[in-house]
Each structure stands twice: as structure tokens, then as C-alpha cells.
Ligand binder design. Structure first.
Ligand SMILES: O=c1[nH]cnc2c(CCNCC3CCCCC3)c3[nH]c(NCc4cccs4)nc3cc12
Ligand SMILES: [Zn+2]
Length: 390
């Protein structure tokens, strides 16, 4: 089941404030969805995810299918019981990971043949198989199996004809996903994925055919796949706001804090990206006033927290009072620099909590600004602050 209520629309952009009711709970939008790959958001306990306000997380169909396997997942009634996360979960189709297997896979109309990266077994992923796996996982939002049209292949840009072929196969796979989802009587929500490469007229054809199929929600795929920033922004400006206004819109794999603000402006409701978690593990920290590299020697004796305005556990400790509001309960940049230099596991745990909290808090500030009708002012303040530098 899925119900999407539009609560507010911004008068001077495509931004909107919404509420998504799913089987495992209600989600306020716009929303950032932390990525859990192997049934965990790396290094973060579910209680910490709750504490920082995560409302919905992602599960990775491909990896969970490989390991622990569907028998174990079935015995827990799905992913919620297995990973002990009882709020909504969105699972991807598994297709995107198969694509990244490169030459170890063969794409046919029927589906994708590939060798398991875990044990070399010959495997097959089709729209039907993807729906069967996601039904066992019992995720609240299921993604159709699509083909993520590449931006370039071996140095040559994807041509319009190639993008059309790929987009048309994703439409056929959307139909097959929908038919199998119905046959399985899955009680959750299936999203269609718009493709079309960097060609607006192909994007238009894709979304029109998917809207015909009447999905409860739609994703925009095929971006953030190595294209130049201005190309991604061009598609972000074309496609999301052309999708049905009364249904949720999910921009896949995006992006930086700046991309999230731009995406909301263009009418996007849902985002996922590995950036906050992946960057945290390699020491790149997002803050209100710009990014910093905790490994840099300049942080060696800095008593300040990562972000003086942040109320996360790393910056404000258990008090939750930010440094700028007089809180002194957090960890210093000096300490986090030390943990990074020593390779201590507490380092990535704390920087991941901070980066995720930064993304989730940014989306909460955006929701509050949309409620208050001050979204344009927020966009301006956000850009000014981020340019200040830390
Ligand atoms: O067209 C697409 N179809 C389907 N999935 C896509 C994804 C995966 C989105 N995150 C899934 C998550 C599910 C749970 C586990 C983690 C992934 C994309 N990610 C990106 N860029 C970000 C990128 C990240 C890495 C390389 S590109 N572009 C994407 C385009 C598509
Ligand atoms: Zn913080």
C-alpha cells in the first residue's frame, strides 16, 4: 500500500512538501534515504539511525540475494526482521549492481546472465526474478528491474539510438515487473523508473509510457553515472516535474548537498546516495560551511567539533546541544583526526553518524522551510553558508 499526500507546493519553484504512508509507517518528504548495502548502514546501529531521524532506509536486493540468501530472509519474514529495522525500507531491483559487474554479465531481452561475485555460480536476474526476491524481502517500496543506460561506454558517448533501445527495453521490463508483482500479490508499492539517457525527448517518451502503466510512484534513473554536472542538471530540470504531481518522485543515486537542494527545487521528493556514508569512511566531512578532510594536519589540535551548528552525537555528544549554543559534549576535530590517523574503527563510526545527520538535517530544514513558505530564502542562505569554507 502507498498513499502520497501533497501538503504544500512552493510558489516559486517545483518544490513540494509531502507525506508518504507505507506499510511500515509514514515518511515526511522531501527525504534522504540512507543506503544499507549488506543489511546494515555501514557502522551505524539502527538505534543511531532512529536517533538522527532516519525515516526510511535502502536495502540492496542483489547483495542480500547472494548472501545470506532467500531461505534465511524468508525465515525472518523479510528484511525488517532480519536487520531489526521496523520503519519503511526501499529495495532496489538488483539490476544496478549487476551492471557494475562489467564484462561478467550478458544482457538479453529475457534478463541478465552473470557469475556470482561471491562464489562464481552462474546466475540469472530478470524482472520476474527481481520481483520474487523483493517480495521475500518484503520491502515497502519495490523498484522495477530496469537497464541503467550508461552515459558512455569504452570512451564513446551513448548515442540517441542506443539510449532509445535501452529505454524501450526498460519499458518492456517495467510491464513484466508490474505483471509479476501483481501475480505475486505483493501488498507493497512498485515504482517505475524513467530512462532516456541525456535526451529530453526520450525522457518524455519514457515517462509518458510509464504514466500509462499507472505506477504508485516513479524514479528518474540513468543520471549520476559519470555525466558532466551540467548534463545531470539538464535532466533534473526536464524530467521530475513532468511526472504526476500526486505521486512520489525519486531521483536515484543523487547526490551532493547542492544536488539535493537543486533536486527539491525541481520537484524531487526522495533521494538516495552512497556519498554521506562512503565519504565518511574516507574522511570527507560535510558541514554547513563547506566540506573538510579530517586527515588534514590542520585539524591536529583543533578543539572545535566537525560542525559548530551540528547537534549530532559526534558534534554535540549525548546533550545534543550544538557548540554554537554552548554545548561542549561532542568530540573535537583533533580527536577525530587522531582516530583517522590511527585507523581506529570509532573514527568512521562517528564521521558516518555526522555525515548522515548532516544530510537528514538538511532535508528536515528544507521540509520546515517548505512548511513556512521560506524555501527561496533557505536556498540562498544554504549557498552562502556552504561557500564560507571551514
Ligand atoms: O538508472 C538507475 N536504475 C537503477 N538504479 C540506479 C542507481 C542505484 C541507486 N542506488 C541504489 C542503492 C541500493 C542499496 C545499495 C546501494 C545502492 C544509481 N546510482 C547512481 N549514481 C550513484 C552511484 C553510486 C555508485 C556508482 S554511481 N545512478 C543510478 C542510476 C540508477
Ligand atoms: Zn555532527
Amino acid at each position: 500500500m502507498l498513499q502520497f499526500d501533497l501538503l504544500q507546493t512552493d510558489p516559486s519553484s517545483h518544490a513540494r512538501r509531502g507525506q508518504l504512508t507505507l506499510n511500515h509507517g509514514v515518511v515526511q518528504t522531501p527525504i534522504f534515504m540512507p543506503v544499507g548495502t549488506y543489511g546494515t548502514v555501514k557502522g551505524v546501529m539502527p538505534r543511531s539511525l532512529e536517533e538522527m531521524g532516519a525515516q526510511i532506509i535502502l536495502g540492496n536486493t542483489f547483495h542480500l540475494w547472494m548472501r545470506p540468501g532467500l531461505d534465511v530472509m524468508q525465515s525472518f519474514g523479510g528484511l525488517h526482521g532480519f536487520e531489526q529495522w521496523h520503519k519503511p525500507i526501499l529495495t532496489d531491483s538488483g539490476g544496478f549492481q549487476v551492471w557494475s559487474l562489467g564484462d561478467m554479465r550478458k544482457i538479453t531481452e529475457e534478463g541478465v546472465h552473470f557469475a556470482s561475485p561471491v562464489n562464481g555460480d552462474k546466475l540469472f536476474m530478470s524482472p520476474e526474478v527481481s520481483m520474487q526476491i523483493q517480495t521475500v524481502l518484503n520491502s515497502d517500496i519495490v523498484m522495477q528491474l530496469d537497464e541503467c543506460t550508461p552515459y558512455e561506454t569504452k570512451g564513446h558517448l551513448t548515442t540517441e539510438a542506443e539510449a532509445r533501445q535501452s529505454m524501450e527495453m526498460s519499458i518492456r521490463w517495467a510491464r513484466r515487473s508490474q505483471a509479476e508483482f501483481a501475480r505475486l500479490e505483493n501488498p507493497n508499492a512498485l515504482f517505475g523508473i524513467v530512462q532516456g539517457g541525456m535526451f529530453e525527448h526520450l525522457r518524455q517518451e519514457s515517462l509518458e509510457q510509464l504514466v500509462e502503466l499507472d505506477f504508485p510512484g516513479y524514479a528518474v534513473g540513468g543520471v549520476s553515472v559519470g555525466e558532466p554536472k551540467d548534463e545531470m542538471r539538464r535532466i533534473m530540470a526536464h524530467t521530475p516535474h513532468r511526472l504526476p504531481a500526486h505521486k512520489p518522485r525519486y531521483l536515484m543515486g543523487v547526490g551532493t548537498p547542492e544536488d539535493l537542494v537543486e533536486g527539491v527545487t525541481q520537484g524531487v521528493d526522495m533521494f538516495d546516495c552512497v556519498m554521506p556514508t562512503r565519504n565518511a569512511r574516507n574522511g570527507t566531512i560535510f558541514t554547513r560551511y563547506g566540506d573538510l578532510k579530517i586527515r588534514n594536519a590542520r585539524h591536529r589540535d583543533d578543539h572545535q567539533p566537525l560542525d559548530v551548528t551540528c547537534t549530532c552525537h559526534a558534534c554535540a555528544g549525548t546533550s545534543g546541544v550544538s557548540w554554537e549554543n554552548g554545548g561542549r559534549g561532542g568530540f573535537s576535530r583533533a580527536y577525530l583526526h587522531h582516530l583517522d590517523r590511527c585507523g581506529e574503527m570509532l573514527g568512521p563510526m562517528l564521521t558516518t553518524i555526522h555525515n548522515l545527520h548532516y544530510y537528514l538535517n538538511l532535508m528536515q530544514e528544507i521540509r520546515h522551510a517548505l512548511d513556512a513558505g521560506t524555501f527561496t530564502a533557505l536556498r540562498q542562505q544554504f549557498a552562502t553558508d556552504r561557500a564560507r569554507g571551514v
